[in-house]
Write a protein that binds this ligand. Structure first.
Ligand code: NAD
Length: 360
């Protein structure tokens, strides 16, 4: 049976980078008879311009029907001044995430040895870095109730939020992480603050319970403050890290920066059945939109993640990742990863090179 991929180019550089990713996806679809069909829809600012809302009903329906979704990026100055926050481009993404229950965020931080100089850390500390951060995306303190700002006795204002996870939420993100570790080096580090926060005492307990189902995966625990330190001290000690929404938000950005090249980093947000939305970690880069300068590799690598995690085509994903490594070996660089002695290429030329590498 054919599988449907929904493509959401979005705003800014979104359409340019998605165009190159689409070429790669179409090529492997034909090359390996994957039986994929493609649908395209509007989201974000492009949807506001066309339909007045960031997530039109037709887009949400298409997202629900699709087996996987590829997103470029949304947002830009054009829509920043819309006074109604419900009509902001980002609401399009949040709407898809919450409507589809995309609770499991996978963010790899991979530093190709060819780009080791791009990191702010010493090459020997980061060269060959390959970490996967699994972040819970729909719960925790960002969503916990009650929340707000209230006035205490004596007229003093007090802000408050609630950090809450039930055991089912912890178990389902734990499973995503253990399964991912199983496909990698079988090492999982669970990050919490169990010395201070009861919710993460429960988190740790559930991770220990799950570990019994995954005897092949080595589980360790680390407090979040130490994890932040270790990420910049010796990041290669990690394989897969799993953590809650807020800690994951911070640690995944820090890990991304270790690589020094935001244009190279893909991400996935998965539901309980493995259906997912795939997108580069970066935004819509309005400063370079329409100039052919954007690096399409994060989006192309998002296609690889999609094939691996939602479409059961891990071998094809490996081939795309190998093709990306090959174009880096050919010294081709978009401006964001440019350095002395390398050959500058445009967005489309980078796409051409990946397509050529895949064709062999
Ligand atoms: P950004 O990631 O868009 O850009 C940060 C810097 O990195 C810019 O200098 C940009 O030119 C550069 N950059 C980003 N991607 C690149 C690529 N593929 N190739 C080369 N250079 C690249 O972040 P920002 O400037 O903070 O945000 C711009 C807009 O994107 C905002 O409207 C923001 O809300 C939105 N945004 C969207 C998403 C998303 O769609 N998931 C995520 C983050 C930000």
């Amino acid at each position: 049976m054919s599988k449907n991929v929904l493509i959401l180019p979005g705003d800014g550089i979104g359409p340019e980078i998605v165009e190159q990713a689409k070429r790669v996806l179409t090529l492997v679809n034909d090359q390996y008879s994957l039986g994929l069909e493609f649908t395209e829809a509007l989201v974000g600012g492009a949807a506001i311009d066309a339909d007045g809302v960031p997530l039109p009903e037709a887009t949400l329906e298409a997202a629900k029907k699709a087996d996987a979704i590829l997103l470029g990026a949304v947002g830009g100055p054009k829509w920043d001044t819309i006074p109604d926050f419900q009509i902001r481009p980002e609401k399009g993404l949040l709407g898809i995430r919450s409507s589809l229950g995309l609770f499991g965020n996978l963010r790899p931080a991979i530093l190709y040895p060819q780009l080791a100089h791009a990191s702010s850390l010493k090459p020997e500390i980061v060269s060959g870095l390959d970490i996967l951060i699994v972040r819970e995306l729909t719960g925790g303190i960002y969503f916990g109730q009650p929340r707000g700002v209230r006035v205490k006795e004596g007229g003093v204002r007090e802000g408050y939020n609630t950090y809450v996870y039930d055991e089912n939420e912890i178990r389902r993100i734990g499973r995503v992480a253990f399964e991912a570790a199983r496909q990698r080096d079988k090492k999982l580090c669970s990050v919490d603050k169990a010395n201070v926060l009861e919710v993460t005492v429960l988190w740790r307990e559930i991770m220990e319970e799950l570990a019994k189902e995954y005897p092949d995966v080595e589980l360790s625990h680390m407090y979040v403050d130490n994890a932040a330190m270790q990420l910049v001290r010796a990041p290669k000690q990690f394989d897969v890290m799993v953590t809650g929404n807020m800690f994951g938000d911070i640690l995944s950005d820090a890990a991304a920066m270790l690589t020094g090249s935001i244009g190279m980093l893909p991400s996935a947000s998965l539901d309980v059945n493995g259906k997912g939305m795939y997108e580069p970690c970066h935004g819509s880069a309005p400063d370079i939109a329409g100039q052919g300068k954007a690096n399409p590799l994060a989006t192309i690598l998002s296609v690889a993640m999609m094939l691996r995690y939602s479409l059961d085509e891990g071998d094809t994903a490996d081939k795309i990742e190998a093709a990306v490594s090959q174009v880096l070996d050919q010294n081709l660089r978009t401006v964001d990863i440019m350095s002395d002695g390398m050959t500058a290429v445009t967005t489309a030329q980078m796409g051409d090179a990946v397509v050529a590498a895949l064709k062999g």
